[in-house]
Design a protein around this ligand. Structure first.
Ligand code: GLU
Length: 332
């Protein structure tokens, strides 16, 4: 009788340790690396899509690059492929600028002065501004992103130095600007200028067009590699505390707002499809990077320059979809 009582306790302990949902959701170190390796090999020879070319410097990037990184909320880093290759952060910058604007100005200002509804239209849409009578755009597409820069504190010089050091704190190293990309986009960004002027005409832009457009162009040209991006995104996965430096960068209730906007608008007009298929807040950039966040668990970043019609990296979407599925991390 006594023996079976102890046997029951041992059995209960076994079930608690090995069969609880959290044990099922925390794969061991070896399996995370194996899953990343599998994703790399599965999609390495996928040559579909093509580099962005509306910014001439992006068309020249070697389209065979493929780099993957995953960072857990306890600060472990897993990588595979072209992990040290620098590329321009492009639209992924928008989530970090939104984060700074929210920390500086508060959530209500973003809601009132920019808007957070998905536009359902391409990233550089002018129509989105015209169709919405409140002129409400979204911080993760060009119109709202340039307006968000205009909301940041500071004059020309201090605004850029505050913003770039904000990015550095997320990356946990000093980042630089890819001069050729910055020059190339500065020479060809008439479309973004038109967007900023149009917003100004509706009183939905909050500073000088030239100055804020220049800062926006600079932020899009920041050089990162896939590992940097995964480290940057890990702050969102860890609720605002940097998993490597242990420093709190954001209020936790600002992190949940940023993740909400990523869930609804992070992959441009394909955001609904992404949420349906993958179920992780994410953000892509036309440089070929995508970040995705599994709150409380990990962040992933993948770099591969060939894009689909909407401007999202094809291999990065497939690799993240595979990794998220294997790690059972769909938040819905
Ligand atoms: N710098 C790019 C632009 O403004 C960013 C676009 C993107 O990555 O979606 O067009």
């Amino acid at each position: 009788m006594k023996l079976s009582y102890y046997a029951l306790i041992v059995l209960q302990l076994f079930v608690m340790v090995f069969a609880s949902p959290s044990a099922a959701k925390s794969p061991q170190k070896a399996s995370i690396q194996a899953i990343i390796d599998q994703a790399y090999h599965k999609y390495k020879s996928d040559n579909s899509g093509k580099n962005a070319d509306y910014i001439p410097a992006l068309a020249k990037v070697d389209s065979s690059y493929f780099g993957l990184a995953l960072v857990t909320t306890d600060g472990k880093v897993y990588t595979k492929g072209d992990i040290n290759q620098a590329f321009s952060i492009q639209s992924i910058s928008k989530v970090f600028t939104l984060s700074l604007a929210m920390e500086q100005q508060g959530q209500q200002v973003i809601l009132d002065k920019v808007g957070v509804n998905a536009t359902g239209l391409p990233f550089n849409s002018v129509t989105a501004i015209e169709l919405n009578t409140a002129r409400s755009v979204n911080p993760l597409v060009n119109a709202g992103a340039i307006a968000t820069v205009s909301l940041l504190d500071g004059n020309g010089k201090t605004k850029w130095s505050t913003l770039s050091s904000w990015y550095d704190q997320f990356a946990n190293r000093k980042l630089s600007v890819l001069k050729d990309v910055y020059q190339s986009e500065s020479d060809t960004n008439g479309h973004n200028r038109a967007i900023a002027e149009l917003l100004t005409s509706y009183n939905r832009f909050y500073g000088d067009v030239d100055l804020n457009l220049d800062i926006y162009t600079r932020q899009c040209s920041v050089a990162v590699n896939a590992k940097d991006l995964a480290i940057m995104a890990s702050v969102f996965a860890n609720n605002g505390i940097h998993p490597i430096t242990n420093k709190r960068l954001m209020k936790s209730n600002n992190v949940s707002r940023v993740l909400a906007v990523m869930s609804t608008a992070g992959l441009y007009e394909n955001s609904g499809q992404w949420a349906y298929q993958v179920g992780l807040p994410a953000k892509s950039g036309v440089g070929g990077g995508i970040i995705a966040v599994a709150p409380g668990e990990f962040s992933i970043a993948v770099f591969s320059p060939r894009l689909d019609q909407a401007g999202n990296s094809i291999r990065a979407q497939k690799a993240i979809d595979y990794i998220a599925e294997q790690l059972n991390s769909n938040i819905f």
